[in-house]
Write a protein that binds this ligand. Structure first.
Ligand code: GYE
Length: 305
């Protein structure tokens, strides 16, 4: 009957069904690109996708994942709002014979409890930003940290990097709070409150582009200059296309890439597993960083998201 079609699960012509436990539908532009990447790549591969959204509620994600296991999906892909608390789900998946794949955000699981990981190394991303910041040799380091959703591995890694970097270099962190849901408006309000309260700062370290934009809106409202020729350096993460346009315009000083296009990576992984091939268990996504000195219009135009 010829070669098994890799879009089936080995059962007679049944489509591969993939359960995807996503964080939030409208969390950020990064998340929008990430969700689209799964939908486009799975459609192209002929997989059926069952995507559910935790909408900021870790307990909801856990019950959604258990439900997908009950529905006997062929693969379970998890993007955790929280990095902790996934052991029971992983054990349920293992008992059900359903490969558990982490995407985007590494979860606190022992290697025997998951099949594969396709994630970003968030602490490495943060360390790139710290190294860049050190090279700026500022006269005064007063850093505002706008953290992401508390307890996500993205927030934990990026925050650890700046906290360790500030301690190692004797820099001052004048504000360090996590914004629920990576929310742009919360970030703008936090910076506006700081300015109104008279807190001086020379660096905005925003853990994603949306929050960096919120901070810039607050600085604009107060007449504070920032960016390439301004008083305040703006550091961001994700490198959405619109944000790299801000680097090109000299409004953001640095944007560290966090590539959301996990769909094709997961499709490749599932096809390898279907074919019984040996896979790379722990894969970190290659990521760059862009600053005002290195960005070009060509780079911006070529950005896929
Ligand atoms: O930085 C943020 C998104 O997990 C890396 O989540 C992702 C983060 C990303 O909402 O924009």
């Amino acid at each position: 009957c010829g070669k098994k079609d890799s879009a089936t699960s080995g059962k007679a012509d049944k489509k591969i069904t993939v359960g995807v436990v996503q964080t939030n539908a409208n969390e950020s532009d990064w998340r929008t690109a990430n969700t689209k990447s799964f939908n486009d790549a799975f459609k192209e591969a002929g997989f059926e996708i069952k995507m559910v959204f935790g909408e900021g509620d870790h307990a909801k994600q856990i019950s959604q994942a258990q439900q997908l296991i009950q529905e006997e999906v062929d693969y379970l892909v998890v993007l955790g709002l929280q990095s902790a608390g996934w052991e029971d789900v992983a054990k349920s998946a293992k008992e059900a014979g359903i490969p558990f794949i982490m995407a985007d955000r590494k979860l606190d699981l022992s290697e025997d409890l998951y099949t594969a990981m396709v994630c970003s190394d968030f602490e490495a991303e943060g360390n790139k930003a710290v190294d860049w910041l050190k090279k700026q040799a500022l006269a005064d380091y007063k850093i505002v940290v706008l953290g992401g959703d508390t307890g996500s591995s993205a927030q934990l890694g990026r925050s650890k990097a700046i906290e360790d970097g500030a301690a190692a270099n004797g820099w001052s962190i004048v504000f360090n709070q996590n914004m629920k849901g990576w929310d742009e408006t919360l970030a703008k309000q936090a910076v506006a409150d700081l300015i109104a309260g008279g807190t001086g700062f020379t660096v905005i370290y925003a853990e994603n582009d949306n929050m960096a934009r919120g901070a810039c809106d607050a600085m604009d409202a107060a007449g504070i200059t920032y960016g390439k020729d301004g008083d305040v350096k703006v550091i961001s993460f994700d490198a959405n296309k619109w944000a790299l346009e801000k680097v090109l315009a000299g409004q953001f000083n640095l944007d560290v890439e966090c590539n959301p296009l996990h769909g094709p990576r997961i499709v490749k992984l599932i096809k390898q597993l279907e074919a019984g091939e040996t896979i790379e268990k722990n894969a970190y996504v290659e990521e760059e960083m862009f600053d005002c000195a290195t960005i070009t219009k060509e780079i911006v135009d070529a950005r896929p998201y």
